[in-house]
Design a protein around this ligand. Structure first.
Ligand code: CDP
Ligand code: CDP
Length: 221
């Protein structure tokens, strides 16, 4: 069995940035579970299915086949045979992912895939319910968070660099709304696992957070 590191936390906390860096440094496989929920969301958008349409969603869950591949160390998401990685990182898909992720049949569809990925190797997985639900026996669990202001500021800079029009207020509102949905849903809500280490990155840069996680890993291995 490999060594499993779980990183959970709210949107914009820095999970994927830090997870990628730590995984590279430790030669772990990085699994971005958010991208899998985003692939489900993309399928629903493309097929005009609302997550509130119970029968439609159930049918969709039976038709969605997701797998993961790695190209030059970067995770690729394959949805029904098509590489959709480049279509996942936008607000429409993010919001649909959050709505779909509240539905048990969607979580059920992804659970086995996520667990199977972690059995094979040393894996660092990030998401919302990795430490609490997907990998409850992970040897290291991190709950990575930061204030709403900090997270919104980071996203704002990211979008500005990409040349996308946005306001800080709108991003902060979106983040708060997503936090509320992710934390209050009945199925696998976002919460800190009892045995997780809390890392608040509001006043920490990427290097400091990565160094902290690597040092926790070295203590435990
Ligand atoms: O990057 P960001 O934190 O905005 O989102 P993400 O990690 O790509 O995840 C998109 C959405 O999928 C989140 O808002 C969650 O609702 C959902 N998700 C989840 O429920 N469980 C996971 N393990 C990963 C993501
Ligand atoms: O995956 P998650 O939604 O948790 O966050 P992310 O996409 O990794 O990070 C959001 C933004 O915050 C990125 O632009 C990171 O470069 C930035 N970031 C930062 O400035 N300082 C940190 N300590 C962590 C992330």
């Amino acid at each position: 069995m490999g060594f499993n590191i779980a990183i959970d936390g709210p949107a914009g906390a820095g999970k994927s940035t830090i997870a990628k860096r730590v995984a590279k440094e430790l030669s772990f496989i990085y699994v971005d579970t958010g991208a899998m929920y985003r692939a489900v969301a993309l399928y629903l958008i493309k097929n005009g299915i609302s997550p509130e349409d119970e029968a439609g969603l159930l049918r969709a869950c039976g038709q969605i086949h997701i797998s993961i591949e790695y190209e030059n160390g970067e995770q690729q998401v394959i949805l029904n045979g098509e590489n959709v990685t480049g279509q996942l990182r936008n607000e429409e898909v993010g919001n649909m992912a959050s709505a779909a992720a509240a539905k048990p049949c969607v979580r059920e569809t992804l659970l086995t895939l996520q667990r199977d990925l972690a059995v094979k190797a040393d894996v660092l997985m990030d998401g919302r319910d990795i430490g609490t639900n997907i990998l409850p026996d992970a040897q290291l669990k991190i709950y990575l968070t930061a204030s709403v202001e900090t997270r919104a500021g980071r996203r704002f800079r990211e979008l500005q660099e990409k040349g996308e029009a946005c306001t800080l207020e709108a991003i902060a509102k979106d983040i708060e709304e997503r936090d509320r949905k992710d934390m209050s849903r009945e199925t696998a809500p976002l919460k800190m696992a009892e045995d997780a280490v809390l890392v608040d990155s509001s006043e920490m840069d990427i290097e400091e957070v990565a160094a902290r996680i690597i040092s926790l890993y070295r203590e435990r291995r």
